[in-house]
Design a protein around this ligand. Structure first.
Ligand code: FO1
Length: 316
């Protein structure tokens, strides 16, 4: 069966599934819309961590050990910056810096983030559309005992330490969907929406907070499939497990499904979390249980194929 697939992705895990989907779907059948709530300005540069995670994963440049940035990276520019007295809490690798410079000066030249992202992906030979969720600034901020903090300060500088008492998306409402996301949402042949295995609260929620996106998704008569970021009951990387514990509403796929509510009709969960299946079915969800850890390209493609099968989209 044919049909277009819209994947909503954050970084790391989401990026891996996005790469898997790109491996099994031709460019005209896939749109990858990426969270930009983590974006920020640093040392005069515009950093878009999740877009870059997706882009690097698509071209096999992603550092799978670290979970962000470019593999085989060097840090000469960073060493120089520190020697010059600049703060070093946010690490920019030499090759990665090339990306931030190319993006920043084009943005400053008046191109939108969508235009710049299309330019950069084209430059790297990526044929699949990777689009920001919005060209307008929507910034994730977190509430800790010290007050509201920008996401990267909490995530990187404070290493996700302080307990989260709240999350907000500054700029929403008011951030319009980027043209590429809007076009995908309005396609008559849109056949499935995939919520990639990214942090629901910090990576997917910002996309849903973009003007009209949640309502539009809810109105679509197509399968909406979440791939769980939990593997064996734990997040592979990042603060999801900590967040779930702090929320006190369960640390399993049931808590994630309840958070997504009617937005999701299918969930793909890891074999190590099979105990969650009855609870998810009791919530009315269709469930696929399979190994979801993506170590190799074959794992990514296998998970992507399973997602398409769950959506009723067998491969042509
Ligand atoms: N994460 C870190 O934990 N420490 C860093 O120094 C760091 C630098 C960095 C530079 C560019 C980039 O695209 C991502 C970077 N990240 C770093 C990851 C990033 O903070 C998070 O992975 C995402 O924002 C969460 O999805």
């Amino acid at each position: 069966m044919s049909g277009h697939v819209l994947a909503l992705s954050g970084g790391v895990g989401g990026a891996k599934l996005a790469a898997g989907l790109a491996a099994v779907l031709p460019p005209e059948r896939l749109t990858i819309a990426v969270n930009t709530g983590d974006d920020f300005e640093h040392l005069g540069l515009t950093i878009c961590p999740d877009i870059d995670s997706v882009v690097y994963a698509l071209v096999g440049l992603n550092d799978t050990q670290r979970g962000w940035g470019v593999t085989g990276e060097t840090w000469q520019a960073m060493a120089m910056l520190k020697a010059l007295g600049e703060k070093g809490w946010f690490n920019l690798g030499d090759r990665d810096l090339g990306m931030h410079i190319a993006r920043s000066w084009r943005l400053r030249g008046g191109e939108s983030l969508s235009e710049v992202t299309a330019r950069l992906t084209r430059g790297l030979g990526i044929a699949h559309p990777v689009v920001p969720m919005s060209d307008d600034p929507l910034r994730t901020q977190v509430l800790t005992e010290a007050g509201w903090t920008d996401f990267q300060r909490w995530f990187v500088e404070l290493q996700c330490g302080p307990e989260l008492k709240g999350i907000r998306f500054a700029g929403a409402p008011g951030a319009a969907p980027a043209p590429g996301l809007l076009a995908a949402l309005e396609r008559p042949d849109l056949a499935a929406v995939v919520l990639c295995p990214s942090n629901p609260f910090l990576s997917v929620d910002p996309i849903l907070a973009v003007d009209g996106v949640r309502d539009r998704l809810l109105s679509l008569q197509v399968p909406r499939i979440a791939v769980s970021p939990l593997v064996g009951g734990k997040a592979v990387k990042g603060p999801l497990s900590k967040l779930l514990a702090e929320r006190g509403q369960g640390e399993d796929n049931i808590a994630i499904a309840k958070h997504y509510g009617p937005l999701v009709g299918h969930m793909v969960i890891d074999s190590g979390d099979a105990r969650d299946e009855p609870g998810l079915r009791a919530l009315g969800l269709e469930v696929v249980v399979m190994p979801t850890l993506m170590k190799q390209a074959e794992d990514r493609a296998r998970l992507a194929q399973a997602v398409l099968r769950a959506a009723g989209l067998e491969q042509d």
